[in-house]
Design a protein around this ligand. Structure first.
Ligand code: ADE
Length: 228
């Protein structure tokens, strides 16, 4: 898999995408991540990539030219499955979308900034607009990092225990059950007996019940239409 991220703030992405599981997935060659500084595609001598909005609105808009040049540069080299634009008015990102994106070969993620990008890029080049929640970030970089992280951990081989990503919260539409580790008794706070029983089938049933219970309690919206 290959992910190309176009941004005006490459530094903001380097930290989150150079640690832990994502770093290891890159080192193992499971994914290539390329971060492109939009200013490198500016033909302005000051490397300017924004301009005033037509219509007198306050705030700057990312210009069409450098973005078009950046995207054309990439698409002339290979085909992309999606050109994603991160924006608060995109469709809400969730686990289903992460599962869908991990099946892609090549993705471009274009990070929004300032007041946004020239609408013509959205109309003619972007294939998918994604928001990571109903709040406004300073730019789309953190959203791009969230999307990239959640997709990469699903790549086969990214997580050492293959089943681990499948048992994440949301993978079966439920929150994950509680987890415990040693000691089994910490100053009288005990791990549930069932987990120490060694009965695999009973443990699985308990975990499922706990998942259901947690979801009912913490995120009843996830069960809407699924329970009578
Ligand atoms: N850019 C600014 N806010 C955002 C959000 N909530 N999701 C995605 N991109 C954004």
């Amino acid at each position: 898999m290959r992910i190309d991220i176009i941004t005006v703030l490459p530094q903001l992405l380097e930290g989150p995408l150079n640690h832990s599981i994502v770093k290891r997935a890159r080192e193992k060659g499971l994914v290539e991540i390329h971060i492109h500084d939009l200013r490198d595609f500016s033909q302005n001598k000051h490397r300017r990539v924004d301009d005033y909005a037509f219509g007198g609105d306050a705030g700057m808009v990312l210009s069409i030219e450098p973005i078009h040049r950046a995207i054309s540069h990439l698409t002339s080299q290979r085909e992309y499955d999606e050109i994603i634009y991160t924006s608060p008015d995109g469709s809400r990102f969730d686990q289903l979308e992460a599962n869908r994106l991990v099946l892609a070969g090549n993705l471009i993620i274009l990070c929004g900034h300032y007041k946004g990008i020239d609408q013509r890029i959205r109309d003619h080049l972007v294939t998918r607009e994604i928001s990571i929640g109903d709040y406004v970030l300073t730019g789309g970089e953190l959203a791009a990092a969230v999307i990239t992280d959640s997709v990469i951990r699903l790549l086969p081989g990214a997580i050492s225990d293959e089943t681990s990503a499948l048992s994440d919260s949301f993978q079966d539409g439920l929150l994950a059950p509680p987890v415990y580790t040693r000691p089994a008794d910490y100053k009288g706070w005990k791990v549930p007996d069932i987990l120490l029983s060694g009965h695999a089938a009973k443990i699985d049933r308990w975990k499922h019940e706990q998942s259901l219970e947690r979801t009912r309690h913490l995120r009843p919206d996830l069960l809407e239409g699924k329970e009578d």
